[in-house]
Design a protein around this ligand. Sequence first.
Ligand SMILES: NC(=O)c1ccc[n+]([C@@H]2O[C@H](COP(=O)([O-])OP(=O)(O)OC[C@H]3O[C@@H](n4cnc5c(N)ncnc54)[C@H](OP(=O)(O)O)[C@@H]3O)[C@@H](O)[C@H]2O)c1
Length: 314
Amino acid sequence: MQKIEYYKYGGPELMRLEEVEPPAPGKGRVLVRVRAAAANPMDWKIRNGAVKIMTGRRFPRGLGHDFAGIVVAAGEGVTRFKPGDAVFGAMSMRDSGAFAEMVAAAENQLVKKPAGLSYEEVAVLPTVGVTALQSVIGKRGLQPGQSVFINGCLGGVGRAAAQIALMHGASVAGSCRDAAAPDARALGIDPVVGFDFDTAPLKGRFDLVFDTAGTMQFRAARRLLKPGGRIIDINMTPAKMPRAVFSRAFQAVNAKYTPAALETISQAAAQGKLAIPVARAVPLAQAIGALTELERTHTPKGGKLVIVPQAATT
Ligand SMILES: NC(=O)c1ccc[n+]([C@@H]2O[C@H](COP(=O)([O-])OP(=O)(O)OC[C@H]3O[C@@H](n4cnc5c(N)ncnc54)[C@H](OP(=O)(O)O)[C@@H]3O)[C@@H](O)[C@H]2O)c1
C-alpha cells in the first residue's frame, strides 16, 4: 500500500510517498482502508519536530491524523467494530500515519460514520471538532445566553467552535480576515472584527474568549472577559506556562479523542449542526504537493484539504 512517510524531523521536502506493507491490526486496533484523510496544522508541526519530546525518534514516521474509511480487519480484543463498518476518527499524536491507503487505528479513537454523511464530510471533523468541543464546552459547560469570542473564527477549530457554541444557545462574536467577514456572518457570528481589532468596544462582554489562532495578547483577551469569564488557549508555549498555573481565567486545552467526544461531534454533524467545508480534495499521489502548498501559503481558505487515497477511488 502507499503511505506518506519521513525519515527525520524537518521541512516539507522530507515527505515521501512510499510503498509499504499494510500494518497489522494489533491488540485493540482495527485495520481501516482509508477513504478520506484531512490535513491539520498539527501534521506539519509534528513533522517539523515541534513536539519531538512527545513523538520520539523512531523513523520512518507517518503523517496525518484525521481519517474516515472502512474496517477491513479487527485485532485482538476489539469489541466495537467489525470488518465492513464505516468509521471515522483520529490517529494519536504518537502514531500519526493517516495519509495512507490503510491505517491500524486504536478502537477507542474511532466511531461509526453516520450513514447520511460522506467519508470526506466526516474525515474533516475529528481534530477540529473534538478540540472545539473540549474548549468551548469542556467540564464547565456553556449555558444558553452566554457569550463567546473566537479569535480566528474561520479556521478549522474556529468554525467548529462557533457552530458548537451556537448549538448550545450561546451568542458568538469573532475575528477573521476582513475579506472573509461575510462568511463569518453567514455562520451566525456577530459582531465580526478584523485581526487587528480594537478591544475597547468589546470590553467586558464575553463569558469565554477562545484564542484558536494563538495570536491574542493575554491582556487583550482578559479585557474582553466578563467577571468570572475564562480564556481558552490551544497553542501553548513555554512562555504561557506560568499563566496556565497562576491565572484562574486562563486554561490550556489539548484535544483528547475519546469515543464520547467523537460521538458528540458525529451526532452534531448527522443533525446538520456541525459541518466543516472541504476546500480541496486530492489523491494520495498529489498529496505531498498539496500539503507543501498548504503549509507554506496557508491556502486553501474556506475549508480543509482532504486526501482521497487513489485505491479507494477505483
Ligand atoms: N491543543 C490542541 O489540542 C490543538 C488542536 C487543534 C489545533 N491546535 C492548534 O490550533 C491552531 C488552529 O488550528 P486550526 O485547525 O483551526 O488551524 P487553521 O484552520 O489554519 O486556522 C487558523 C485560523 O487563524 C486565523 N488567523 C491567522 N492569523 C490570525 C490573527 N492574527 N488573528 C486572528 N486569526 C488569525 C487564520 O486565518 P487565515 O486563514 O485567514 O490566515 C485561520 O482562520 C493551530 O496552531 C493548531 O496547531 C491545537
